[in-house]
Design a protein around this ligand. Structure first.
Ligand SMILES: Nc1nc2c(ncn2[C@@H]2O[C@H](COP(=O)(O)OP(=O)(O)OP(=O)(O)O)[C@@H](O)[C@H]2O)c(=O)[nH]1
Length: 257
């Protein structure tokens, strides 16, 4: 019940402050074709959010975004800047094909996440994803079609994760995600299966409109269990679990144990 109380508190605070309710954040989409209006809108929005975030408790904010059902990419980016931007004082770098974090930026953020336990009663999980039989797509349709597929998958991953989660293109057809503030192992499993389901949807390629491609992915999960593991150890565990998923027949999720 304490959790419910906190959520209501944050919701009220957000909606009472003009420009900070969920509808207003979604209005940002209407500015997609007007860059000057959009720039002004976003700069006002970020300024208001900055004031709000300074006054708010970080755990409450995380809880709000964690429980909010429809966090948009804009909200995620703003939250990302709020939580990580100032701490690093460096520009976040993204993979050019997918728009996800690149490996270096991801590792910096993961290190920061592991060094700072935001919610002691919650878990942090790493998901290592590797596309299944991706080489066949390159071989059959060419490298640029393979690139287009990777780009679509990157967007799907980005749309499937929550505001406080991190996702990067680790390399080639591999992706690594960090899920924070997880309440149970079951929730991690659900999120991983949701990701696999999103990846398995038919791919609509701009370069080959008539082609109906589908592919799957295998996922390995490692959970930070109180032991003092570093980022690389955790990712290696998730990678090992991913190989178990490949061995188990692909298109499935395995936990490191
Ligand atoms: N198009 C494209 N292909 C890439 C890129 N980076 C790596 N690859 C290719 O991705 C393929 C990855 O294949 P693997 O993961 O080894 O094998 P797989 O066919 O996915 O098979 P499993 O992983 O066993 O399911 C290789 O053929 C790489 O050449 C890239 O940026 N673009």
């Amino acid at each position: 019940m304490e959790g419910d109380y906190k959520k209501v508190g944050v919701d009220n605070a957000l909606t009472q402050k003009e420009g900070l309710n969920e509808n207003t954040l979604n209005v940002s989409r209407d500015y997609a074709n007007d860059s000057i209006q959009a720039a002004e809108y976003f700069s006002n929005l970020v300024a208001s959010l900055q004031q709000f975030v300074q006054a708010a408790n970080q755990n409450d904010l995380l809880k709000y975004f964690h429980e909010g059902s429809n966090t948009t990419a804009v909200q995620r980016r703003i939250l990302d800047l709020m939580i990580y931007g100032e701490e690093f004082g460096v520009e976040t770098r993204h993979d050019h094909l997918t728009g996800l974090l690149d490996r270096t930026s991801f590792l910096e953020k993961l290190k920061f996440t592991l060094s700072k336990t935001l919610q002691k009663d919650h878990l942090t999980a790493i998901i290592f994803l590797d596309l299944d039989d991706f080489k066949a797509i390159n071989d059959q349709y060419g490298h640029s079609t393979g690139d287009e597929v990777i780009s679509i998958i990157g967007r799907r991953i980005s749309a499937s994760i929550r505001a406080q989660d991190l996702a990067c293109r680790w390399g080639g057809d591999e992706f690594v995600l960090v899920l924070q503030a997880i309440t149970s192992k079951d929730l991690v499993s659900q999120l991983a299966n949701r990701l696999l389901a999103a990846i398995s949807q038919a791919l609509q390629l701009e370069s080959h409109e008539s082609l109906q491609l589908t592919l799957s992915a295998s996922a390995g999960i490692a959970i930070l269990d109180g032991m003092n593991l570093n980022s690389i150890d955790l990712i290696e565990r998730a990678d090992k679990a991913m190989y178990l998923a490949k061995k188990a027949g692909k298109n499935c999720v395995e936990f490191y144990s």
